[in-house]
Design a protein. Sequence first.
Length: 302
Amino acid sequence: MNSLKKGLSLGVLGVTIFALTLPMTRLAVGTPDAPLMSGMFIAFGRAVVAGVLSGLLLWWGKAPLPPRDTWGPLVLVALGVVFGFPLFTSIAMRHVEAVHASVMVGVLPLATAVVGAFLNRQRPSTAFWVCALAGTALVVAFAILRSGHNDLSLQMADVLLLLAMACAAVGYGHGGRLSQRMRAEYVICWALVIALPINLPLAVWQFPEHNLPASAWAAFAYVSVFSMWLGFFAWYKGLALGGTVRVSQVQLLQPFLGMLFAVPILGERLDAVTVGFGVAVIATVFIGRRMPVQTVVKGAPA
């Protein structure tokens, strides 16, 4: 199996794990009428659990300290996928259904490709950028349509989800690049360990004060161990082997997988409008990933 095929296979595995994140987060936070865990506890708490596991793995594997020039990118990984994405999505998911949020995730593959192209000195074609803008426009149009407002405004939850996608793209892009120099699992582990001194007191501060159903704790366990930790092992290794711009496009599966998981887990329903927008967004991603990407040679004219 060549590097690209192996990278794509690992990417699909990572995306499948990530596709359960929004339904599980919704299961843990509850709804406005029946709130469970706070979004802040889930965001900080899941990072603490994964951070402790990361510290144990780094100790067991006698992992060397990352080179000095990787600490800056590791901080950006932490800001993107340890702080930003979990916090924004966890707060948003109490106010939107997982099926709705899954459509918003559709813009993530192109966002990740844009970050990857910038970091790896690649120049996507004009057609690629057209697809990226079209996909973003579709996601925003869907959010406005579902907002229930007549003034073309977005719900705050949708704004938070879009911010989460931007954070994830930054974290994925830098993490994929670091995985070309470090073991893929160590990238997310070091990012989590770096963030642990901040996340631990915040998680303790937000710890639930009332009894919660076992389903909420099971969902929290999933996003802590799988979404925040193991999924990145496969994802970053896939990005490193196959290239961020190309492998990131397997995320086109994530919206549909997220919708499908939300039905049995949460009892949500799919309607024609949601599926239609999801198909349209993924179509722009599919077309975009087939557009040429040129590597910029250092010293060549822009």
